[in-house]
Design a protein around this ligand. Sequence first.
Ligand SMILES: Cc1cc2nc3c(=O)[nH]c(=O)nc-3n(C[C@H](O)[C@H](O)[C@H](O)COP(=O)(O)OP(=O)(O)OC[C@H]3O[C@@H](n4cnc5c(N)ncnc54)[C@H](O)[C@@H]3O)c2cc1C
Length: 333
Amino acid sequence: MAAMRKPDKKIIFIIAEHHESRTKSIVFELAACADKIKKFCPAEIKVIILESETEKLSFEITRATGLDAVAIEINELALYNAEIYKTVINDLAEEYFPSFIVIGHTARGLDVASGLAVRMKAACITGVEGLSEAGGRLCFKRQMFFGKINAHIAAGSEPLIITVQPGSFEAYKPDSANPGRVETRRVECFAELTRATGIRRCKFQDSSISEAKVIISAGNGIGEKENLDLIYRMADVFPGSTVGGSRILVDRGWLEYRQQVGLTGARVAPELYIACGISGASQHLAGMRDAGFVVSINKDPGAAIFNESDVCIVEDLKKFIPAFLEEYGKREI
Ligand SMILES: Cc1cc2nc3c(=O)[nH]c(=O)nc-3n(C[C@H](O)[C@H](O)[C@H](O)COP(=O)(O)OP(=O)(O)OC[C@H]3O[C@@H](n4cnc5c(N)ncnc54)[C@H](O)[C@@H]3O)c2cc1C
């Protein structure tokens, strides 16, 4: 890709995230974040789409956002590869000189962002949840020390790469109904160090924890593994729900790691989070603080989780959940 003269206007890249030709919802949150950056410093936004076939994704993204896209088709990306992403985005950056590169704070985004920053000698701020202004400078808000404090960080240089926490920005709604333009190119790029050999499907096919609208989360308070059945039955009541849990249950092998909520698990932002038998350790709270509405069931009235809850149910979950399911069953009839 040929290097060009530095543009007069600033450029913001959004790196699209997708899976099996379906756009991930984080893309629309990244667009909202980029739009907020643009309000602070006028810029042109370009969504960068990397895939082996980009037509469906480009159509979907440019129609929904009205933003322009650069779609790069690379045969080798039939399976995602971070090395190819970093090489191609770096090449595009040498062509367009973006001031900001906005990436999801997701497993895939984190796989790309830090290495890309090293390659581009760019500043990198991860886990961004909001924007602010201090002394005429654009600052990026992120949590520190397990969510105990918020830091507002300004970058000392450009380009700046940021990763955006899912659920931090409302999905972007464009002012105009016009779709953005798409520039499609096909390039050859090979990974030298890593090669994806295939995808092994997880046996669960429910909503992924980072996209679920409702999460029913189980903690040590469930007592026996058999009581997980209560949690799954409760999840069945809520459409678009999934089951999560605290690390203790994952360490015991009762839940899979992908279900762990918290500092060393997933950071989630569902509309409703129901914590069942979870004490509210800071490491767990760090993963669910962005939930819209929190209901907790705990038999200890002093449990720390209650400080983070909208509804606090002081009860033995083995009594409460069956009573809830019974009552719900009656109402369905
Ligand atoms: C570096 C580090 C990283 C960590 N990362 C994570 C992480 O990502 N996610 C995470 O979850 N943890 C993480 N932890 C562990 C964390 O510190 C806590 O140990 C863990 O979150 C506690 O899980 P819990 O609330 O399920 O269990 P507990 O703390 O044992 O709490 C159980 C709760 O259930 C209640 N209870 C008991 N019986 C009942 C009943 N019958 N009905 C209703 N309530 C009942 C109790 O009152 C209690 O409040 C991490 C720890 C470290 C050191």
